[in-house]
Design a protein around this ligand. Structure first.
Ligand SMILES: Nc1nc2c(c(=O)[nH]1)N[C@H]1C(S)=C(S)[C@@H](COP(=O)(O)O)O[C@H]1N2
Ligand SMILES: [Mo]
Length: 169
């Protein structure tokens, strides 16, 4: 009796743990993005960030960039443009600090939006990006179209994956 109950509990714990790992890594995570800093619009209780839901991100016009990256063969990435996200939240700054699930941070100039048409990709070749594979959101620059400007170590640092939030500076 005691053994059975403990066994059942252990199995349900294992199922929950495996489910969490599966949801986080094996499957495409639910999209969300918090944009804070110099933004005109906020929608959280403390009025500090604008939280974009998956529905809001998917509702933005879809843009594509076909390019290779240091980590991926030439592929087509799709998602909203960074410019449209910044417009939605009324961003008024000159730099974007990009934050990730693995606590990497990179600052890029907002002028990159106009210059390169940077996108915040949720798909690669029509498939949603998994957290274990650059997802849920991957900042993509058209490297193949600007090979000299967008290749090398300094440029690589702009290809930020596992994005969870942006701070407008
Ligand atoms: N989420 C996330 N994106 C990231 C990084 C990171 O650590 N986490 N490193 C960046 C930097 S500084 C560079 S140079 C490259 C590093 O890629 P590598 O880890 O394959 O060398 O990815 C960029 N994108
Ligand atoms: Mo880097």
């Amino acid at each position: 009796m005691g053994y059975t109950r403990k066994g059942a509990r252990w199995i349900s714990c294992l199922a929950i743990a495996l489910g969490a790992i599966g949801a986080g890594l094996a499957h495409a995570a639910t999209l969300s993005l918090d944009v804070g800093g110099k933004v005109a619009a906020t929608n959280d209780p403390s009025h500090t960030v604008y939280h974009l839901t998956e529905a809001q991100l998917l509702a933005l016009p879809v843009h594509s960039i076909t390019t290779s990256t240091t980590w991926t063969a030439r592929s087509t990435f799709t998602g909203p443009s960074l410019a449209d996200i910044l417009k939605l939240v009324g961003a008024h700054g000159s730099q974007i600090e990009v934050h990730t699930l693995d606590d990497y941070t990179e600052t890029i100039p907002i002028s990159d939006c106009d210059r390169y048409g940077v996108i915040v990709a949720y798909s690669m070749n029509g498939k949603r990006l998994k957290v274990s594979d650059f997802g849920p959101l991957f900042l993509i620059y058209p490297r193949d179209a600007f090979p000299t400007e967008l290749s090398g170590a300094a440029a690589d640092s702009k290809f930020v994956w596992q994005i969870k939030g942006l701070i407008v500076k």
